[in-house]
Write a protein that binds this ligand. Structure first.
Ligand code: MTE
Ligand code: MO
Length: 362
Protein backbone atom coordinates (compact mmCIF):
# COMPACT_ATOMS: atom_id res chain seq x y z
CA UNK A 1 0.00 0.00 0.00
CA UNK A 2 1.11 3.56 -0.73
CA UNK A 3 1.13 5.94 2.21
CA UNK A 4 3.47 8.47 0.54
CA UNK A 5 0.64 10.80 -0.54
CA UNK A 6 -1.28 11.32 2.69
CA UNK A 7 -2.76 14.84 3.14
CA UNK A 8 -1.65 17.23 5.93
CA UNK A 9 -3.49 16.89 9.25
CA UNK A 10 -4.19 19.06 12.29
CA UNK A 11 -1.48 18.66 14.96
CA UNK A 12 -3.92 18.35 17.87
CA UNK A 13 -5.47 15.11 16.56
CA UNK A 14 -4.69 12.10 18.71
CA UNK A 15 -3.39 9.47 16.31
CA UNK A 16 -4.74 6.04 17.20
CA UNK A 17 -3.15 4.34 14.20
CA UNK A 18 -0.76 5.96 11.73
CA UNK A 19 -1.20 3.58 8.76
CA UNK A 20 -4.08 3.39 7.98
CA UNK A 21 -4.60 6.88 9.42
CA UNK A 22 -7.01 6.83 12.39
CA UNK A 23 -7.22 9.87 14.61
CA UNK A 24 -9.63 11.79 16.81
CA UNK A 25 -9.65 15.29 18.28
CA UNK A 26 -9.32 16.04 21.99
CA UNK A 27 -12.80 15.68 23.52
CA UNK A 28 -12.63 19.29 24.69
CA UNK A 29 -12.69 20.38 21.04
CA UNK A 30 -15.98 18.62 20.33
CA UNK A 31 -18.48 20.34 22.58
CA UNK A 32 -17.01 23.76 21.86
CA UNK A 33 -18.80 23.94 18.52
CA UNK A 34 -22.06 22.49 17.26
CA UNK A 35 -20.58 21.97 13.80
CA UNK A 36 -17.28 20.13 14.08
CA UNK A 37 -14.53 21.88 12.08
CA UNK A 38 -13.24 19.70 9.22
CA UNK A 39 -9.64 19.55 10.45
CA UNK A 40 -10.80 18.39 13.91
CA UNK A 41 -13.30 15.83 12.59
CA UNK A 42 -12.18 12.27 13.37
CA UNK A 43 -10.52 10.39 10.49
CA UNK A 44 -11.19 6.67 10.19
CA UNK A 45 -9.63 4.67 7.35
CA UNK A 46 -8.73 1.14 6.38
CA UNK A 47 -6.18 2.01 3.70
CA UNK A 48 -4.23 4.91 2.13
CA UNK A 49 -6.15 8.08 1.16
CA UNK A 50 -6.74 7.74 -2.61
CA UNK A 51 -5.86 10.41 -5.19
CA UNK A 52 -8.89 11.04 -7.46
CA UNK A 53 -10.43 13.46 -9.97
CA UNK A 54 -13.46 15.74 -9.73
CA UNK A 55 -16.95 14.80 -10.99
CA UNK A 56 -19.90 16.52 -12.63
CA UNK A 57 -22.79 17.73 -10.53
CA UNK A 58 -26.11 17.32 -12.23
CA UNK A 59 -28.78 16.88 -9.53
CA UNK A 60 -30.41 19.32 -7.07
CA UNK A 61 -28.17 20.07 -4.12
CA UNK A 62 -29.22 19.49 -0.50
CA UNK A 63 -27.52 20.43 2.73
CA UNK A 64 -28.04 17.90 5.51
CA UNK A 65 -26.63 18.41 8.99
CA UNK A 66 -25.76 14.94 10.20
CA UNK A 67 -23.61 13.39 12.88
CA UNK A 68 -21.25 10.71 11.72
CA UNK A 69 -20.22 8.27 14.45
CA UNK A 70 -17.86 5.35 14.13
CA UNK A 71 -19.30 2.16 15.62
CA UNK A 72 -15.95 1.88 17.44
CA UNK A 73 -16.36 5.16 19.30
CA UNK A 74 -15.46 4.60 23.01
CA UNK A 75 -13.88 1.22 22.21
CA UNK A 76 -10.87 1.90 24.46
CA UNK A 77 -13.16 2.07 27.49
CA UNK A 78 -14.87 -1.20 26.53
CA UNK A 79 -11.50 -2.89 26.16
CA UNK A 80 -10.57 -1.93 29.73
CA UNK A 81 -13.15 -4.33 31.17
CA UNK A 82 -12.17 -7.19 28.84
CA UNK A 83 -9.94 -6.91 25.78
CA UNK A 84 -11.64 -6.35 22.42
CA UNK A 85 -10.16 -6.36 18.91
CA UNK A 86 -10.02 -3.14 16.90
CA UNK A 87 -8.55 0.35 16.68
CA UNK A 88 -8.76 2.06 20.07
CA UNK A 89 -10.92 5.18 20.24
CA UNK A 90 -11.62 7.52 23.09
CA UNK A 91 -14.89 9.47 22.89
CA UNK A 92 -14.29 11.56 19.78
CA UNK A 93 -14.79 9.15 16.85
CA UNK A 94 -17.82 11.29 16.11
CA UNK A 95 -18.50 14.68 14.57
CA UNK A 96 -21.34 16.75 13.23
CA UNK A 97 -21.12 18.35 9.80
CA UNK A 98 -23.22 20.03 7.16
CA UNK A 99 -22.98 17.68 4.20
CA UNK A 100 -23.79 19.11 0.77
CA UNK A 101 -24.66 16.89 -2.15
CA UNK A 102 -27.25 15.13 -4.23
CA UNK A 103 -29.89 12.83 -2.79
CA UNK A 104 -29.33 9.21 -3.68
CA UNK A 105 -33.12 8.94 -4.17
CA UNK A 106 -32.91 11.58 -6.94
CA UNK A 107 -30.04 9.80 -8.67
CA UNK A 108 -31.83 6.46 -8.58
CA UNK A 109 -34.97 8.09 -9.99
CA UNK A 110 -32.87 9.49 -12.82
CA UNK A 111 -31.83 5.96 -13.77
CA UNK A 112 -35.42 4.67 -13.62
CA UNK A 113 -35.92 3.51 -10.03
CA UNK A 114 -38.87 5.46 -8.57
CA UNK A 115 -38.97 6.97 -5.09
CA UNK A 116 -39.99 4.55 -2.28
CA UNK A 117 -39.06 1.35 -4.09
CA UNK A 118 -38.42 -1.80 -2.04
CA UNK A 119 -37.58 -4.07 -4.93
CA UNK A 120 -36.88 -3.52 -8.63
CA UNK A 121 -38.50 -5.69 -11.32
CA UNK A 122 -35.24 -7.60 -11.68
CA UNK A 123 -35.16 -8.29 -7.92
CA UNK A 124 -32.80 -5.55 -6.74
CA UNK A 125 -33.30 -4.96 -3.03
CA UNK A 126 -30.03 -3.35 -1.91
CA UNK A 127 -27.81 -0.51 -3.05
CA UNK A 128 -24.11 -1.22 -2.86
CA UNK A 129 -21.44 1.49 -2.68
CA UNK A 130 -17.95 0.58 -3.85
CA UNK A 131 -14.91 2.74 -3.18
CA UNK A 132 -11.54 2.88 -4.87
CA UNK A 133 -9.33 2.53 -1.81
CA UNK A 134 -7.36 -0.62 -1.10
CA UNK A 135 -8.04 -2.43 2.17
CA UNK A 136 -6.15 -5.38 3.58
CA UNK A 137 -9.43 -6.77 5.00
CA UNK A 138 -10.66 -7.00 1.37
CA UNK A 139 -7.34 -8.56 0.29
CA UNK A 140 -6.32 -5.29 -1.34
CA UNK A 141 -9.76 -4.69 -2.84
CA UNK A 142 -11.96 -1.65 -2.27
CA UNK A 143 -14.02 -0.78 0.79
CA UNK A 144 -17.73 -1.39 0.20
CA UNK A 145 -21.09 -1.45 1.94
CA UNK A 146 -24.79 -1.52 1.13
CA UNK A 147 -28.10 -0.17 2.41
CA UNK A 148 -31.65 -1.38 1.67
CA UNK A 149 -33.17 -0.03 -1.57
CA UNK A 150 -36.17 1.18 0.46
CA UNK A 151 -33.89 3.53 2.42
CA UNK A 152 -31.92 4.59 -0.66
CA UNK A 153 -35.06 5.58 -2.57
CA UNK A 154 -36.69 7.33 0.39
CA UNK A 155 -36.05 11.08 0.06
CA UNK A 156 -36.87 11.50 3.78
CA UNK A 157 -33.94 9.24 4.70
CA UNK A 158 -31.65 11.98 3.32
CA UNK A 159 -29.03 9.57 2.02
CA UNK A 160 -26.57 11.83 0.21
CA UNK A 161 -23.89 11.58 -2.40
CA UNK A 162 -21.92 14.34 -0.73
CA UNK A 163 -19.31 16.53 -2.36
CA UNK A 164 -19.23 19.24 0.30
CA UNK A 165 -18.55 19.27 4.02
CA UNK A 166 -19.33 22.44 5.98
CA UNK A 167 -19.65 24.42 2.75
CA UNK A 168 -16.25 23.45 1.39
CA UNK A 169 -15.47 20.80 -1.20
CA UNK A 170 -14.92 17.47 0.56
CA UNK A 171 -11.27 17.03 1.35
CA UNK A 172 -9.35 13.87 0.58
CA UNK A 173 -9.45 12.51 4.13
CA UNK A 174 -13.24 12.69 4.15
CA UNK A 175 -13.87 11.17 0.70
CA UNK A 176 -13.07 13.63 -2.11
CA UNK A 177 -14.59 13.92 -4.60
CA UNK A 178 -17.71 12.03 -3.57
CA UNK A 179 -18.85 10.04 -0.57
CA UNK A 180 -22.04 8.54 0.69
CA UNK A 181 -23.63 9.90 3.86
CA UNK A 182 -26.18 7.58 5.45
CA UNK A 183 -27.64 9.69 8.29
CA UNK A 184 -28.45 7.95 11.57
CA UNK A 185 -26.41 4.88 10.66
CA UNK A 186 -22.94 3.82 11.89
CA UNK A 187 -20.15 5.59 9.99
CA UNK A 188 -19.00 2.37 8.31
CA UNK A 189 -21.85 2.54 5.76
CA UNK A 190 -20.94 6.08 4.64
CA UNK A 191 -18.51 4.97 1.94
CA UNK A 192 -15.81 7.49 0.98
CA UNK A 193 -14.21 7.97 -2.47
CA UNK A 194 -17.27 6.49 -4.15
CA UNK A 195 -16.45 4.71 -7.40
CA UNK A 196 -19.58 2.76 -8.28
CA UNK A 197 -23.14 2.09 -7.13
CA UNK A 198 -24.71 -1.31 -7.76
CA UNK A 199 -28.31 -2.42 -7.39
CA UNK A 200 -28.07 -5.94 -6.01
CA UNK A 201 -30.41 -8.67 -4.79
CA UNK A 202 -28.60 -9.66 -1.57
CA UNK A 203 -26.87 -7.25 0.78
CA UNK A 204 -23.22 -6.49 0.05
CA UNK A 205 -20.95 -9.44 0.83
CA UNK A 206 -17.94 -7.26 1.65
CA UNK A 207 -15.82 -7.80 4.75
CA UNK A 208 -17.09 -4.73 6.59
CA UNK A 209 -20.72 -5.83 6.13
CA UNK A 210 -20.32 -9.56 6.83
CA UNK A 211 -17.22 -10.06 9.01
CA UNK A 212 -17.13 -6.85 10.98
CA UNK A 213 -19.47 -4.20 12.45
CA UNK A 214 -21.92 -6.76 13.78
CA UNK A 215 -23.17 -6.74 17.35
CA UNK A 216 -22.60 -9.97 19.28
CA UNK A 217 -23.60 -10.86 22.84
CA UNK A 218 -20.94 -10.96 25.59
CA UNK A 219 -20.90 -14.78 25.45
CA UNK A 220 -19.49 -14.84 21.91
CA UNK A 221 -15.69 -14.74 21.61
CA UNK A 222 -13.22 -15.44 18.80
CA UNK A 223 -13.27 -19.22 19.38
CA UNK A 224 -17.06 -19.58 18.97
CA UNK A 225 -18.04 -16.77 16.60
CA UNK A 226 -20.37 -17.46 13.68
CA UNK A 227 -20.61 -14.26 11.67
CA UNK A 228 -23.61 -15.41 9.64
CA UNK A 229 -25.86 -15.45 12.73
CA UNK A 230 -26.00 -11.64 12.94
CA UNK A 231 -27.12 -8.79 10.69
CA UNK A 232 -24.76 -5.97 9.73
CA UNK A 233 -25.26 -3.11 12.22
CA UNK A 234 -27.05 -0.14 10.66
CA UNK A 235 -28.68 2.45 13.01
CA UNK A 236 -26.59 3.50 15.98
CA UNK A 237 -28.15 3.47 19.48
CA UNK A 238 -28.59 6.42 21.83
CA UNK A 239 -25.27 7.84 23.02
CA UNK A 240 -23.99 10.68 25.18
CA UNK A 241 -20.56 11.77 26.35
CA UNK A 242 -19.21 14.41 28.70
CA UNK A 243 -16.60 16.41 26.77
CA UNK A 244 -15.76 19.16 29.23
CA UNK A 245 -13.97 16.82 31.65
CA UNK A 246 -11.27 14.22 31.07
CA UNK A 247 -11.65 10.65 32.47
CA UNK A 248 -9.90 11.80 35.60
CA UNK A 249 -9.97 15.54 36.11
CA UNK A 250 -8.66 17.71 38.91
CA UNK A 251 -10.80 20.74 39.70
CA UNK A 252 -11.13 23.41 42.35
CA UNK A 253 -14.25 23.24 44.57
CA UNK A 254 -17.13 25.32 43.25
CA UNK A 255 -19.19 25.69 40.10
CA UNK A 256 -18.38 23.36 37.23
CA UNK A 257 -20.00 23.36 33.80
CA UNK A 258 -20.56 19.85 32.51
CA UNK A 259 -21.11 19.77 28.75
CA UNK A 260 -21.00 17.24 25.96
CA UNK A 261 -22.89 15.67 23.08
CA UNK A 262 -25.91 13.37 22.84
CA UNK A 263 -27.20 11.68 19.70
CA UNK A 264 -29.34 8.76 18.62
CA UNK A 265 -29.61 6.82 15.38
CA UNK A 266 -32.43 6.41 12.90
CA UNK A 267 -33.46 10.07 13.09
CA UNK A 268 -34.61 9.72 16.69
CA UNK A 269 -34.17 12.96 18.60
CA UNK A 270 -32.80 13.40 22.10
CA UNK A 271 -35.62 13.65 24.60
CA UNK A 272 -33.48 14.23 27.67
CA UNK A 273 -29.94 14.21 28.99
CA UNK A 274 -29.50 13.27 32.65
CA UNK A 275 -26.36 14.16 34.57
CA UNK A 276 -25.43 12.75 37.95
CA UNK A 277 -22.76 14.13 40.30
CA UNK A 278 -23.01 11.21 42.71
CA UNK A 279 -22.12 8.27 40.49
CA UNK A 280 -25.69 7.70 39.27
CA UNK A 281 -27.72 7.80 42.50
CA UNK A 282 -29.51 11.07 41.70
CA UNK A 283 -29.90 12.93 38.43
CA UNK A 284 -30.25 16.47 37.10
CA UNK A 285 -31.56 17.34 33.67
CA UNK A 286 -29.11 19.18 31.41
CA UNK A 287 -30.18 21.85 28.93
CA UNK A 288 -29.91 20.91 25.25
CA UNK A 289 -29.29 22.92 22.11
CA UNK A 290 -28.27 22.64 18.50
CA UNK A 291 -28.15 26.35 17.65
CA UNK A 292 -26.39 28.44 20.29
CA UNK A 293 -28.89 29.91 22.75
CA UNK A 294 -31.90 28.11 21.24
CA UNK A 295 -33.38 25.34 23.42
CA UNK A 296 -33.65 22.09 21.51
CA UNK A 297 -36.95 20.28 20.99
CA UNK A 298 -36.93 16.79 19.43
CA UNK A 299 -39.79 17.57 17.04
CA UNK A 300 -37.96 17.36 13.67
CA UNK A 301 -39.44 20.71 12.61
CA UNK A 302 -37.30 23.10 14.58
CA UNK A 303 -34.42 20.64 14.97
CA UNK A 304 -31.88 18.84 12.80
CA UNK A 305 -33.11 15.26 13.10
CA UNK A 306 -29.84 13.57 12.08
CA UNK A 307 -27.62 15.75 14.25
CA UNK A 308 -26.34 15.60 17.79
CA UNK A 309 -27.43 17.98 20.51
CA UNK A 310 -24.98 19.65 22.83
CA UNK A 311 -25.92 19.53 26.49
CA UNK A 312 -24.83 21.61 29.43
CA UNK A 313 -25.49 21.86 33.14
CA UNK A 314 -23.65 23.90 35.78
CA UNK A 315 -23.33 22.34 39.21
CA UNK A 316 -21.55 22.89 42.46
CA UNK A 317 -19.03 20.15 43.17
CA UNK A 318 -17.69 20.35 46.70
CA UNK A 319 -15.91 16.99 46.92
CA UNK A 320 -14.30 14.32 44.73
CA UNK A 321 -16.94 12.26 42.96
CA UNK A 322 -17.99 10.42 39.82
CA UNK A 323 -19.95 12.42 37.24
CA UNK A 324 -22.21 10.47 34.89
CA UNK A 325 -24.22 11.32 31.77
CA UNK A 326 -26.96 9.30 30.10
CA UNK A 327 -29.35 10.30 27.36
CA UNK A 328 -32.90 9.26 26.50
CA UNK A 329 -34.02 9.36 22.86
CA UNK A 330 -37.43 10.15 21.40
CA UNK A 331 -38.38 6.45 21.47
CA UNK A 332 -37.52 6.42 25.22
CA UNK A 333 -34.44 4.28 24.60
CA UNK A 334 -31.83 4.79 27.33
CA UNK A 335 -28.12 4.08 27.49
CA UNK A 336 -27.12 0.90 29.34
CA UNK A 337 -25.64 1.43 32.79
CA UNK A 338 -22.65 -0.87 32.53
CA UNK A 339 -20.23 -1.53 29.71
CA UNK A 340 -19.94 -5.21 30.77
CA UNK A 341 -23.56 -5.83 29.77
CA UNK A 342 -22.93 -4.73 26.17
CA UNK A 343 -19.38 -6.04 25.85
CA UNK A 344 -18.78 -7.53 22.42
CA UNK A 345 -15.61 -8.96 20.93
CA UNK A 346 -15.23 -6.25 18.26
CA UNK A 347 -15.82 -3.50 20.79
CA UNK A 348 -18.57 -1.72 18.89
CA UNK A 349 -21.39 0.50 20.13
CA UNK A 350 -20.09 1.32 23.56
CA UNK A 351 -22.99 3.49 24.64
CA UNK A 352 -22.79 2.74 28.36
CA UNK A 353 -23.28 5.62 30.81
CA UNK A 354 -20.36 7.98 30.39
CA UNK A 355 -18.48 8.36 33.68
CA UNK A 356 -15.67 10.73 34.63
CA UNK A 357 -13.89 11.07 37.96
CA UNK A 358 -13.34 14.51 39.43
CA UNK A 359 -10.73 15.08 42.10
CA UNK A 360 -11.47 18.21 44.06
CA UNK A 361 -8.35 19.87 45.40
CA UNK A 362 -8.17 22.93 47.58
N1 MTE B 1 -14.98 4.46 3.14
C1 MTE B 1 -13.88 3.97 2.56
N2 MTE B 1 -13.82 3.97 1.23
N3 MTE B 1 -12.86 3.45 3.29
C2 MTE B 1 -12.90 3.41 4.66
O1 MTE B 1 -11.95 2.94 5.30
N4 MTE B 1 -14.22 3.90 6.69
C3 MTE B 1 -15.62 3.95 7.15
C4 MTE B 1 -16.43 5.05 6.45
N5 MTE B 1 -16.20 5.00 5.04
C5 MTE B 1 -14.05 3.93 5.30
C6 MTE B 1 -15.08 4.48 4.48
C7 MTE B 1 -15.76 4.13 8.58
S1 MTE B 1 -15.57 2.75 9.53
C8 MTE B 1 -16.15 5.33 9.14
S2 MTE B 1 -16.49 5.46 10.80
C9 MTE B 1 -16.29 6.54 8.32
O2 MTE B 1 -16.01 6.31 6.95
C10 MTE B 1 -15.37 7.64 8.83
O3 MTE B 1 -15.50 8.80 8.08
P1 MTE B 1 -14.50 10.04 8.27
O4 MTE B 1 -13.09 9.55 8.11
O5 MTE B 1 -14.92 11.02 7.24
O6 MTE B 1 -14.73 10.57 9.67
MO1 MO C 1 -16.08 3.22 11.71
Amino acid sequence: SDYSQEPPRHPSLQINSKVPFNAEPPRSALASSYVTPVDLFYKRNHGPIPVVDDIERMLPKYNVTATLQCAGNRRTAMSKTRKVRGVGWDVSAIGNAVWGGAKLADLLELIGIPKLTCSTQSGGKHVEFVSIDKCKEENGGPYKASIPLSQATNPEADVLLAYEMNGEPLNRDHGYPLRVIVPGVIGARSVKWLDSINIIAEECQGFFMQKDYKMFPPSVDWDNINWSTRRPQMDFPVQSVICSLEDVQSIKPGKVTISGYAVSGGGRGIERVDVSIDGGKTWLEASRSQKTGVPYIADHVSSDKWAWVLFEVTVDIPYSTEIVAKAVDSAANVQPENVQDIWNLRGILNTSWHRVQVRVGH
